[in-house]
Design a protein around this ligand. Structure first.
Ligand code: KIV
Length: 269
């Protein structure tokens, strides 16, 4: 019997929509080809998140990420993960009006192999999302805690604590579904509200820090694998002590070089 690994099939936009209520959607971020390739067998969606500005580029927030950076990293992720649906984050300031949003979303679609874009949006941008969908762009609407509003809101604030906020989030989710968003990304939202939104909309709701009663989960790879150490949000489960492992390995290498134990005979020509 052949022991061949069956190659995972890349999901289409319809496969993803059809998972709602059937099977949890697995989403993870990636910023480069090397890690994207490692995630390719297990993820339904890989998000090239603008979180890379913080966890890969050590900036204070996602705000200074720009189009060129996001395009570069999206290309890299597409090179690494050939069998996964890829979604690119549109950076802060790249979709301030419909014309600009379409122009920049088109850049992702024309210059990379991405399958979708994600935008942090509010009620005033319902028409903008509608226009993107009309142009053939797959859009995921990111609502709830929106990291691009970090400076405006004076920090990262959990959403849906009040009845008014909960109602607003439900209305937003319904509005974005109605204009064609293929999914909702719900960040930092009270679990009870996330659960209600998931019940009310017919497209998948992917949660991050929004409890278990949603249609899928996303985590930032460098958080969940323990490479980003500056802070750990409550919702992050660490599956690996990546930074520790790397540090110890590089220390061993440094000791080997210092002690002239590397390269030993086996590594020489
Ligand atoms: O940029 C990102 O990685 C994100 C996730 C936090 C969902 O938007």
């Amino acid at each position: 019997m052949k022991n061949e690994k069956t190659q995972k099939k890349k999901l289409s936009i319809n496969d993803i929509k059809n998972k709602k209520g059937i099977e949890p959607i697995i989403m993870i971020t990636a910023y480069d080809a090397l890690f994207a390739k490692l995630f390719d067998d297990y993820a339904d969606i890989i998000l090239v998140g603008d979180s890379l500005n913080m966890s890969f580029n050590m900036q204070e927030s996602t705000i200074s990420a720009d189009m060129n950076t996001m395009l570069y990293h999206t290309k890299a992720v597409c090179n690494g993960a050939k069998n996964t649906f890829i979604m690119a984050d549109m950076p802060f300031g790249s979709y301030t009006n419909e014309k600009q949003a379409i122009k920049n979303a088109m850049k992702f679609f024309k210059q990379t192999n991405t399958d979708a874009v994600k935008l942090e949006v509010g009620m005033h941008q319902v028409n903008l999302v509608k226009r993107l969908c009309e142009e053939g762009i797959n859009v995921m609407a990111h609502i709830g805690l929106k990291p691009q509003f970090y400076k405006f809101e004076g920090g990262y604030k959990i959403k849906g604590r009040s009845e008014i906020e909960a109602k607003k989030l439900i209305e937003e989710a319904l509005a974005f579904e109605q204009v064609g968003a293929f999914g909702i990304l719900l960040e930092g939202t009270m679990s009870s509200v996330a659960s209600e939104i998931t019940k009310q909309v017919h497209v998948p709701v992917i949660g991050i820090g929004s409890g278990v009663n949603v249609d899928g989960q996303v985590l930032v790879w460098s958080d969940m694998l323990g490479f980003f150490e500056d802070f750990k949000p409550k919702f992050v489960k660490r599956y690996l002590d990546g930074a520790d492992i790397v540090r110890k390995s590089v220390q061993s290498y440094a000791n080997d070089v210092k002690g002239k134990n590397f390269p030993s005979e086996e590594f020489c020509y």
